[in-house]
Design a protein around this ligand. Structure first.
Ligand code: TXA
Ligand code: MG
Length: 300
């Protein structure tokens, strides 16, 4: 399975593979035609940059230049893992990959199959989330097949993703660190590793995850701060004849792991509305609230 995936990548094909966060839609980052196909399959507008996935930090210098000490520290501490680092790019990172910015986003995923494929392949692999642009990310091979099916050359099934929400993106290309997208690694973890405060936000660069409506299921999403508010919202909607799905969890990492499957399940079951009890705004809850706010935003 691993060798076949690496072979298809070498031949310019598109391979969906599991990571610890969500499934990625992978292609050779140095093959323009292969990267273009990834954009086409996802329906992602050209100009939105993609993350280059590498096996480990020894590949940092292939893709990034003027690498600050902070990047070495974070890569050593959190790679492989759910952290993406934005750095000044080398010429290896094309305009298609970077959205014509002077920076490149890099991540070494920890999922054993992702690691095995990246090691076997050897180079950089672009891998946006393996879902159609703007919709709920894929956390299982079945999600990839349901969304993209025949268009993908090979789907590597690694079971459900264990983290379930996309990587944290930290920008280290503009001096002080800034989080562009909250995710599996928290702001506190980053600040502690670096010994300096880390800003939230700083989205002057184009990040699809920063679009108002994104990560959205078909059903409308309503957010509630607690169970009582959620019950009230759900019964009000039901009394209007709506089919309502109620999602909440007392344990935040299980909530993260299962959230996208639960949103997708509500759609499959024909819900009109999904009422979600928000987790507390701490730890991975920050990322969940970010994604849920976007899922609940007015649609484009
Ligand atoms: O967990 C993840 O990061 C997953 C797995 C598959 O690794 N990938 C993922 O990729 O979420 P995608 O393409 O869905 O989101 C990548 C994000 C986008 O918001 C994109 O704009 C941002 O990374 N990005 C890529 N290059 C960038 C750059 N040079 N500067 C700022 N943001 C960048
Ligand atoms: Mg995505």
């Amino acid at each position: 399975m691993v060798e076949r995936a690496a072979q298809i990548l070498r031949e310019g094909g598109v391979v969906a593979f599991p990571t610890e966060t969500v499934y990625g839609l992978g292609a050779d980052a140095e093959n323009e035609a292969a990267v273009r196909r990834v954009f086409e399959i996802k329906g992602r507008p050209i100009g939105h940059p993609v993350i280059v996935h590498v096996a480990d930090r020894s590949q940092l210098d292939d893709w990034a230049r003027e690498i600050p000490k902070s990047a070495r520290i974070l890569a050593e501490r959190f790679w492989p893992g759910p952290l993406t680092i934005v750095l000044a790019r080398t010429s290896r990172a094309s305009n298609l990959v970077t959205g014509s910015q002077d920076t490149v986003a890099l991540r070494a995923p920890s999922h054993p199959l992702a690691q095995a494929i990246l090691r076997e392949y050897g180079g950089g692999v672009v891998a946006p989330s393996a879902n159609r642009f703007g919709t709920v990310s894929a956390t299982r091979a079945e999600h990839v097949i349901a969304d993209l099916g025949e268009a993908v050359d090979f789907v590597v099934d690694g079971g459900p993703a264990t983290i379930g929400v996309e990587s944290t993106i930290v920008d280290l290309s503009h001096g002080e660190p800034a989080i562009l997208r909250p995710g599996g690694i928290t702001r506190e973890q980053l600040a502690q590793a670096l010994g300096v405060p880390v800003r939230e936000g700083g989205t002057e660069v184009r990040v699809p995850g920063s679009l108002a409506s994104h990560y959205a299921p078909r059903a409308r999403v309503e957010l509630a701060e607690n169970d009582a508010v959620a019950e009230g919202l759900a019964s009000a909607l039901r009394s209007q004849g709506r089919r309502v799905s109620l999602i909440g969890s007392s344990e935040v990492s299980a909530f993260a792991r299962d959230l996208y499957e639960r949103l997708r399940a509500a759609d499959r079951e024909g819900a009109d509305a999904i009422v979600v009890v928000l987790p507390p705004n701490e730890g991975i809850g920050v990322a969940l609230r970010d994604r849920l706010r976007r899922a609940a935003s007015p649609r484009r």
